[in-house]
Design a protein around this ligand. Structure first.
Ligand SMILES: Nc1ncnc2c1ncn2[C@@H]1O[C@H](COP(=O)(O)OP(=O)(O)OP(=O)(O)O)[C@@H](O)[C@H]1O
Ligand SMILES: [Mg+2]
Length: 222
């Protein structure tokens, strides 16, 4: 693997108080790679994802994302960096309840001083791509779990991210709906070359990735 291929490289420890939750973990993700992260509940997966994506800071070590050392960045720089380069998909969707589907998708574009019609156009394009173009004016409460996650995936893609972080994206869905969401994620990788790092509990889902990273008690074991 040449250095130029590496989109994200990190070596880090994360402690909460005295408790090391992620212990001297090093990992790389190549441009266009789909990596899954598995391990028992409480082993540190979400914590690792939060630090790798710049939501939290490591206690020790560093994270390089898209050629930038993000560890030393200010809060404001980090927020700008995340907005420009990173997409997030969560287990619990995290949609804004008072905004319609399209408004949720357009939200990351708001700070970019893009005219409303253009933001709406981009949101519609993504919602159509997610096959939920018929639900654009609905509030999240009026959407099913699978529909909410489609909206959340569209939102994650709005700013053309370099990498998408997904934390148990099918964890709140029944298995058929979860499978449909996995088809979408796998297609993002295969057809659009999206770089993704996905946390999952389910070995069958993890196995669809290019590479599986296993964690145990805050350490990478394989
Ligand atoms: N903000 C925090 N303050 C203190 N401890 C925390 C904090 N966030 C997580 N922890 C602890 O860190 C450990 C790892 O948590 P984390 O959420 O990363 O696990 P996980 O592997 O994602 O688990 P799950 O599969 O249940 O989501 C847990 O013991 C948790 O209690
Ligand atoms: Mg977790």
């Amino acid at each position: 693997m040449s250095k130029a291929d590496i989109l994200m490289g990190a070596r880090l420890t994360k402690k909460y108080g005295n408790l090391a939750v992620v212990k001297n973990v090093s990992m790389n993700v190549k441009e266009g790679e789909f990596v899954s992260l598995v391990g028992k509940s409480g082993c540190g997966k979400t914590t690792l994802l939060s630090v790798l994506s710049g939501l939290e800071r490591p206690t020790e070590g560093q994270v390089i994302l898209n050629g930038k050392e993000i560890t030393g960045a200010s809060e404001e720089e980090l927020a700008l960096f995340r907005r420009a380069h990173v997409g997030f998909i969560f287990q619990s969707f995290n949609l804004i309840p008072t905004l319609t589907a399209w408004e949720n998708v357009a939200l990351p574009l708001f700070p970019m001083k893009m005219p409303q019609e253009q933001r709406r156009g981009r949101a519609m394009e993504l919602l159509n791509q997610m096959e939920i173009g018929h639900r654009t004016e609905h509030l999240p409460a009026a959407l099913s779990g699978g529909e909410k996650q489609r909206v959340a995936i569209a939102r994650a893609l709005a700013n053309h991210p370099k990498i998408v972080f997904a934390d148990e994206p099918t964890g709140n869905l029944d298995s058929a709906t979860g499978d449909a969401i996995m088809v979408i994620l796998n297609n993002l990788h295969k057809k659009q070359g999206m770089t993704m790092l996905m946390v999952t509990h389910e070995p069958e889902l993890a196995a669809t990735a290019d590479r599986v990273i296993r964690m145990q008690d805050g350490e990478v074991i394989a």
